[in-house]
Design a protein around this ligand. Structure first.
Ligand SMILES: Cc1cc2nc3c(=O)[nH]c(=O)nc-3n(C[C@H](O)[C@H](O)[C@H](O)COP(=O)(O)O)c2cc1C
Length: 461
């Protein structure tokens, strides 16, 4: 069989992900696995019609497609996303229709599920026959049990193609026909006081987005800065080179304006509003490039203590995966999520009201310096980073290691002598049936609230 592997790594052949594909190649010599470097060659693919159509004809004539990609900031690399946009923009969905497909991802398991969900939904939108995903930690190939399962995954994929199995759809098509939003309602202007606010947008071509942004800007007494990402000189997308690991210095430092914009604008304001249009289940690849290039801060939160909100034109409420990505991004950055405003309302007045409440909350929450604690998304995400930076990837991420020490991210309970002694005593005591009965039947609930009760009852806190 002829299988096309669409390689999502910007590193092309020198890719961790491709080692897994090469391992499958080695074990299934009877099948041809043709690797096409998508992310690395995106500029050529976009510029050169012949290059693009030769990929599409490879896809069309294949028996199956493997979307093989590394995780880049919650999902696929911006160039891979651009390729997905091109499939729809150039109306070549027909080449993917009913092709059998699977996903192979490598990462450190930080939000690998959102990447898989995104790609699965794209496969469903393309009417492909989606079989399965296999999401690997980047060094899993060293583990025998995982290698065995990887081969089972590949075998299952090949069998499914041979047997023409019926596949399951996981995502319904998006239904989105928005109203044309024209601001109608005028509210009293909100004083931003000494708060610095910035709105960052990917494009103002979409009238609903432009009008929502205008309305937000008009809600304030002062002029609010609006930055269009299209006007920031960016020489390219993230190369995955990890030069940033040592001291946050990016390969593009001094070569384009992105780092300066991020450091001198985004890091210095109090409130950031991200504005964009949904394109094929994600914000645009322009936005994605922003998120990827923001990785020059590596795994260190870079927008600590800010209020962040999103203005989005598109069916965000039908794409909980995207909402989760944006919420998780905010938590990872150490910012407070104020909310999402979309144009999914039935009337312009509803959007007006939402925007008014949103602008009011942005300023109010910033004024009182409010920050809600992270949920599972932020807490679990940081624990993955903590363990990785402490362990295997401390080199090359030396800057993260220093920052994690300073930010107290290394909160393992290694030195918690008090709880270790308490655990020792309690485990020992619970070996005696009478004491165990007393603890588990009568003392459990009251002892759980004991430390909290002390604070509630303490008049000084
Ligand atoms: C810019 C950048 C962003 C990344 N973002 C994520 C991420 O969000 N989640 C994750 O688990 N790993 C992330 N990684 C780790 C890569 O997914 C992982 O190292 C992958 O195996 C690299 O594969 P490749 O060599 O094929 O590009 C990121 C790496 C880089 C360089």
């Amino acid at each position: 069989m002829k299988i096309i592997v669409l390689n999502g790594s910007p590193k092309g052949d020198i890719s961790v992900t491709m080692q897994y594909i090469k391992y499958i190649q080695k074990k299934f010599k009877q099948h041809e696995l043709k690797i096409i470097n998508i992310s690395q060659r995106i500029n050529q693919i976009e510029r050169d019609k012949t290059a693009f159509h030769s990929i599409i004809s490879d896809v069309k004539s294949s028996d199956g497609i493997i979307w093989a990609f590394p995780l880049y900031v919650f999902t696929v690399h911006s160039n891979y996303q651009r390729f997905i946009e091109l499939i729809f923009e150039k109306n070549v969905e027909y080449a993917f229709k009913e092709k059998y497909t699977s996903i192979l991802a490598t990462s450190i398991h930080f939000f690998d599920h959102t990447a898989v969900n995104y790609m699965n939904s794209i496969c469903d939108d393309l009417n492909m026959n989606y079989i399965d995903y296999f999401s690997l930690h980047m060094y899993d190939l060293e583990k025998e049990d995982i290698r065995k399962n990887l081969l089972k995954f590949a075998q299952n994929f090949f069998n499914a193609i041979e047997n023409k199995v019926i596949t399951l759809k996981n995502y319904s098509p998006i239904k989105y026909s928005p109203i044309r939003y024209i601001p109608e309602f005028t509210h009293d202007k909100i004083d931003v006081s000494n708060k610095k606010v910035i709105i960052v947008a990917d494009s103002l071509e979409n009238i609903n987005l432009k009008n929502m942004i205008d309305k937000l800007r008009n809600s304030f007494s002062q002029t609010i800065e609006l930055v269009n990402l299209e006007n920031i000189n960016m020489k390219g997308s993230c190369l995955g080179c990890l030069k940033c690991g040592y001291n946050y210095e990016c390969i593009y430092t001094g070569k384009d304006d992105f780092i300066n914009f991020y450091n001198s604008k985004l890091k210095t304001v109090d409130i950031i509003v991200f504005a964009g249009t949904i394109k094929y289940r994600h914000l645009s690849s322009t936005w994605k490039r922003f998120f990827d290039r923001g990785f020059f801060n590596t795994h260190t939160p870079s927008l600590l203590g800010k209020q962040i909100g999103f203005i989005i034109s598109g069916a965000l409420n039908q794409i909980p995966n995207l909402k989760q990505i944006l919420e998780s991004y905010t938590q990872w950055q150490g910012s407070n999520l104020v909310g999402f405003i979309t144009d999914e309302c039935d009337t312009s007045i509803e959007i007006d009201k939402q925007l008014h409440a949103f602008s009011y909350n942005l300023i109010k929450l910033s004024t009182v310096n409010y920050s809600k604690p992270a949920t599972f998304l932020g807490v679990a995400g940081m624990k993955i980073f903590r363990d990785e930076i402490w362990g295997k990837i401390r080199f090359p991420f030396i800057a993260d290691h220093k920052a994690y020490k300073a930010l107290n991210v290394y909160d393992f309970p290694q030195k918690n002598y008090k709880s270790r002694i308490m655990n020792f005593i309690l485990i020992l005591m619970s070996k005696f049936p009478l004491i165990r009965k007393e603890i588990y039947s009568n003392k459990m609930k009251s002892s759980m609230i004991e430390p909290l009760k002390k604070i509630v009852e303490d008049k000084t806190v």
